[in-house]
Design a protein around this ligand. Structure first.
Ligand code: DGY
Length: 316
């Protein structure tokens, strides 16, 4: 039996790393945080494959250290942390884990929409801090109704479609902006129309050179003052300082964010000061079921490439 050498930068849920050990010599980083870059650099040299997460930057420098690498398998749907172009130019395949995390991510996005619109975190904080001192009253903590409102989805890939499906259950009027129209039950509009008409703007595009800082102050200023922005794709799709400025000036009603330009987001970041901003720590795919499926796909992709077979999902 051919023996492969594999580097894995994090322990993964489920039995998949153990099954990988049956066909390969596997070196796994034991920590719960990313390994130091030097750890990857020193160990990748003689490896045939590497399995990474979105927290490890796999750039030209790392790729150049490895002389035998056939595959970079990322345990994520996003691949902005990998220099895909360079890897491919060296004949290295890059694989990823789409589809299995679509529902979990769309669920979280819907949770964020409802949480920010209905002020759920504010209400929870009010009770915990002992400040709920007025009985029920008609004007108390009013929010924005989600049902029947206008949802604007930026990007209509797998996650955009899954958000659309959920929105239908809420009788929302859905409009979307994307590079091209799709065969979906929602109206394709230009970006300005989407920004000007949506009660909720949801970002579902991936991060690349075209979408980096795609949403800036000028674009946020085109939104309704009563509208909310929701992002669970990548932090850098929104120019975060511009969002802070727009929130300070009351240009929009609030934001719900699962992703940030800098992760972990420091507690001192101005975003943490707004009561109308809901923050979650990059939890889009964070269900046990989804994370185990991601592990299965990431390991299968890796093994298939090592064996010279087509992976389940290759970054094209
Ligand atoms: C991804 O996979 O890219 C998500 O951001 C985390 O699962």
């Amino acid at each position: 039996m051919e023996s492969y050498k594999v580097l894995v930068t994090r322990k993964l849920p489920g039995p998949w790393i153990d099954s990988l050990k049956e066909i390969a010599e596997v070196e796994v980083w034991d920590g719960s945080e990313s390994p130091p870059r030097t750890w990857i650099m020193s160990r990748i040299k003689d490896k045939d494959g590497v399995l990474v997460t979105l927290s490890e930057r796999i750039d030209k420098e790392i790729i150049d250290v490895s002389s035998k690498l056939k595959v970079i398998s990322t345990y994520s749907v996003g691949f902005d942390h990998i220099d895909v172009h360079y890897a491919k130019s060296k004949g290295i395949k890059v694989t990823y884990t789409p589809e299995v995390l679509t529902d979990a991510t769309a669920d979280l996005i819907f949770g964020l929409i409802i949480t920010v619109a209905r002020r759920i975190v504010e209400g929870d904080n009010l009770i915990r801090s002992g400040k709920w001192n007025v009985p029920w009253n008609p004007e108390f903590m009013l929010g924005k109704e989600v049902s029947h409102s206008v949802l604007g989805i930026i990007g209509m890939g797998r996650i955009g479609r899954a958000v659309l499906k959920r929105a239908k259950g809420f009788d929302m009027n859905v409009i979307y902006y994307s590079r091209r129209p799709h065969d979906v039950e929602a109206k394709f509009v230009d970006l300005d129309t989407l920004l000007a008409n949506s009660d909720f703007v949801v970002i579902t595009v991936d991060l690349n050179s075209e979408t980096y800082h795609f949403i800036d102050y000028a674009k946020i200023s085109k939104m309704k003052r009563t509208a909310f922005i929701i992002n669970a794709s990548r932090g850098a799709v929104i120019k975060q300082d511009d969002l802070v400025r727009a929130l300070s000036e009351g240009k929009i009603a609030g934001a719900a964010l699962d992703v940030f330009e800098q992760e972990p987001l420091p507690q001192t970041n101005p975003l943490t000061k707004f009561p109308n901003v809901v923050l979650t720590p990059h939890l889009g795919s964070a269900t046990r079921e989804t994370r185990e499926k991601m592990a299965m796909i990431a390991v299968t992709n890796l093994v298939k490439c090592l064996k010279g077979e087509s992976p389940l999902y290759e970054v094209k």
